[in-house]
Structures are given as C-alpha cells and as structure tokens.
Design a protein around this ligand. Structure first.
Ligand SMILES: [Zn+2]
Length: 267
C-alpha cells in the first residue's frame, strides 16, 4: 500500500524537529543544548537555488557552523575540514529509512562529488590541500557536481524499477586498494566513507548496497566511452537549481522538483 506523501513529509518534519532540539550538528557534532537548539541549515542555500521551506534540503547544524558556512558551496565547506564530511555521512546513516527517502537527491549528489574529490586528494599525501584547490578552480568543481547529479539521477530512474524486490540495505562492501587511502588525521579511509554513502543510498532506493555499487560502476564506465558526457551546461554554473539545468532534462524531472523519488512507494 503506497504511503501518502504528506505522511512521509510529516516523518521528515518530526525527525528534523527532534534533531534540532536533541541531536548534534551535522558538521561538527556539537550537541543541542536545552536553552540553545540547533539551527536549520540549508544544504542548498537560498542564494544557490534552495527554497527556504524545503525540508528535504534542511539539516540540523549549530549556529556557528551555519554562520561560518554562509552560502559557500557545500562541497568546499565539507572539504575544508574533511571531518565534516564524516559527520554528515553519520548523520544520514542514523536517519530512519523512511526519512532518508525524503532527502533531496541533490544533497546526496553533493556528498558524492565531495567524496570523489577527497579520494583523489588522498593520493597526494601531505599536499592534498593544494591539489584540492587545483581540482576546484574555475568550472571544474561545478562539472563534478553536475556529473554527480546526473549519475544519481540516472541511477534513481533505473533503480525505481527494482525497488524493494531484493534485500535492501547496507552490505559489506570491501574497499579496493586505492580506496584504503585516507587524508591525514581522518579516522576513516575514503573507501569506508564511500561505503557509508552507498549504504545510505541503498536504503533510499530500497536495493542492496552491492547493487548500488555495481550500477555506479556501470554508469561511470559508460560515460568513459562517451566523451561529451561530462560536459557541463553553463546554467548549472550560474544557478544551482534543477530547473535551470537546461538541456537533457530527464523524464520526470519537473515533478522531481517537488517530490524527489515519490512514485507510488510501497509501505
Ligand atoms: Zn557545528
């Protein structure tokens, strides 16, 4: 029996309210205090196309982190202190599955892009920060963000068909050798962080984690055959919303603007 969307949205609202009063900051893990609840942090800021009341892009953050970030690109804010990325992934991993399913796909895409950059930088050892700067200059960062969105959108459309048919949830993904690298001072390797994101995605799509990993590999391999695939339309650089991405709008995208993955979801 499909669960009405209003009910799912209600679950997200309740969870957010609970975390704002009793949870921890999504970036620095500072706890909410009885006299000082956390703030509503927009992962996609209004200045970059997010909407103020859109619960699907809101996470709990302490006033300090919220203010420090301002409307900086989330990827850059996370990578400035990579522990923020770990904290963010832990936040998502502790959300109930029905709430994870309500989170905007763009939020996952930003994390995916950040993890990709982190993995590349980890290979540079001590010089990872200067390498990160190079990787993010000009339109490079936006190309990656766009590629991450496209990837997740493609998977979203494909996995919609198999949703709930296989055993869903995080599996035991074994990181490859390259993924065992870590940034100095980080407690977890890039592969472990990636496995954590894939686990969350598997809950969202209601498929096994191994399936998500396989589909990602398949999709990225297909792009490597297509030289134009990672090209970034100018719109995505100037404005951050789905709706302004211009050409190649996939089917169902318009509806997705309001309800990211909500076609007749089974209870
Ligand atoms: Zn904080």
């Amino acid at each position: 029996v499909p669960v009405p969307r209003s009910e799912l949205r209600g679950a997200l609202r309740r969870e957010l309210e609970h975390r704002i009063r009793n949870g921890r900051c999504v970036y620095c893990r500072a706890p909410a205090a009885p006299d000082e609840p956390l703030t509503r942090e927009h992962v996609i800021p209004r200045a970059r196309g997010g909407r103020r009341k859109d619960l699907r892009i809101i996470v709990p953050a302490c006033a300090r982190c919220n203010q420090t970030r301002g409307c900086q690109e989330i990827v850059l804010f996370l990578l400035a202190r990579p522990r923020r990325l770990t904290a963010f992934l832990d936040y998502l991993a502790t959300l109930p599955p029905e709430v994870v399913r309500e989170v905007d796909l763009r939020v996952f895409a930003e994390l995916y892009a950040a993890l990709g950059l982190l993995a590349e930088c980890a290979a540079r050892g001590r010089e990872w920060r200067s390498h990160l700067e190079q990787l993010c200059t000009g339109r490079r960062l936006h190309r990656r963000r766009y590629a991450a969105r496209r990837l997740l959108l493609a998977l979203d459309a494909r996995l919609e068909r198999v949703r709930g048919r296989e055993h869903a949830g995080p599996g035991c993904l074994l990181p490859g050798e390259a993924e065992a690298r870590r940034i100095r001072g980080m407690e977890r390797s890039c592969g472990e962080l990636r496995a954590s994101l894939i686990g969350v995605l598997s809950l969202m799509w209601e498929v096994p984690a191994e399936r998500v990993a396989r589909e990602i590999a398949r999709e990225t391999a297909a792009w490597e055959q297509d030289p134009g695939a990672e090209e970034c339309p100018a719109e995505v650089v100037s404005l951050d919303g789905w709706k302004r991405r211009g050409r190649r709008r996939p089917q169902g995208d318009r509806r997705r603007g309001r309800s990211p993955r909500g076609r007749g979801r089974a209870a």
